[in-house]
Design a protein around this ligand. Structure first.
Ligand SMILES: NC(=O)c1ccc[n+]([C@@H]2O[C@H](COP(=O)([O-])OP(=O)(O)OC[C@H]3O[C@@H](n4cnc5c(N)ncnc54)[C@H](OP(=O)(O)O)[C@@H]3O)[C@@H](O)[C@H]2O)c1
Length: 294
């Protein structure tokens, strides 16, 4: 396999760090950047592309504070909508294909059908709306691009639902979790592998979905976290986990009740296999248990 030169933005983030490590382990050359190279600033972005001439760019940079995005509207819009526009325009000029990470929250639907990549946008919060605009801007930029939507992400390097649950389960007698929002938990390491498989393929630009296989609710996700954490010694007592409706857990940003993603197009196009979300959750928790930091 040819070694690729890959520019990764948001390289200090939860996905960015795992993506960097995996790309290097597969023999690729990585140019990681984060805040020091603002993706919304065209001049430095163009200079960077001219100086490094990567084969591909991956945009893992984003503003990911879903609740804060309701009030930090300017920053949300800037990073999540203008960012992909600027990157798209610069990559188009430099003729460098761009893989952009987007989110299930640009969509919302009804059970039981997983949402297809060509479903109409239906974001229910400011973060989803800005990410949807980012996708549109990128498509209009003329860059060769893959838009890869993912969902319910967790990994070693960032704040996420799994870590929050483990921390609550260690300190509380009871944890209440919403049981009426359904989607696909996704491990950053699985997503990173899919990103690299797409780049290594190098063709079939378009919009795709990648998330863990299987559909669950946040409540069932929490039950699995508890079960595996007890098995791996990350928890020592079985705290009570109670399912509640979203109406009993108000948040600044609304969340879709159904954002399960269909991955058929990605699997058929690139031959990518996707582990069951439970399998990846166990692998992730095992790696955390070995690290001994949570
Ligand atoms: N986390 C999830 O559950 C989830 C779900 C679905 C989709 N996604 C998508 O997956 C991708 C990766 O998410 P993640 O959770 O790994 O995100 P993350 O941990 O928040 O990482 C994003 C990185 O981008 C940086 N960044 C912010 N603004 C920037 C700018 N203007 N220029 C350059 N870098 C900037 C951030 O720096 P600071 O930390 O200093 O802000 C951070 O290091 C994003 O596109 C996100 O929308 C995430």
């Amino acid at each position: 396999m040819k070694a690729l030169k890959i520019w990764i933005t948001g390289a200090s983030g939860m996905l960015g760090k795992d993506l960097q490590a995996l790309a290097v382990s597969r023999g690729h050359r990585v140019f990681p950047t984060d805040r020091e190279l603002d993706i919304t600033d065209a001049a430095p972005v163009s200079s960077f592309l001219a100086a490094h001439e990567p084969d591909y760019a991956v945009n893992a940079a984003a503003y990911t504070a879903v609740d804060l995005a309701e009030t930090e509207t300017e920053l949300n819009e800037k990073v999540n909508a203008l960012g992909p526009k600027v990157l798209g325009e610069c990559c188009a000029r430099a003729q460098i294909p761009l893989l952009h990470i987007s989110t299930d929250y640009v969509l919302s639907g009804e059970a039981p059908q997983p949402l297809l990549p060509d479903a109409l946008f239906a974001p229910v919060n400011a973060y989803g709306k800005a990410k949807a605009r980012g996708e549109v801007f990128l498509k209009e930029s003329g860059a060769e691009s893959w838009i890869l939507r993912t969902a319910w992400l967790y990994g070693i390097h960032g704040k996420n639902f799994v870590k929050t649950m483990l921390s609550l389960m260690k300190t509380r007698d009871e944890v209440r979790v919403v049981n009426d929002q359904f989607g696909n938990p996704t491990w950053t390491c699985d997503l990173a592998r899919a990103v690299l498989q797409i780049l290594e393929n190098g063709s079939h630009f378009g919009t795709y979905h990648f998330s863990g296989e299987g559909i669950t609710s946040w409540f069932e996700f929490a039950l699995k976290i508890r079960e595996f954490a007890l098995e791996l010694g990350l928890l020592t007592r079985k705290v009570s986990v109670i399912g509640i409706p979203s109406s009993e857990y108000p948040t600044p940003a609304r969340r879709p009740h159904w954002s399960a993603l269909s991955k058929e197009k990605l699997k058929e196009t690139f031959g990518i296999s996707i582990p069951l979300w439970e399998t990846s959750l166990f692998e992730y928790l095992k790696s955390e248990a070995e690290r001994g930091e949570i």
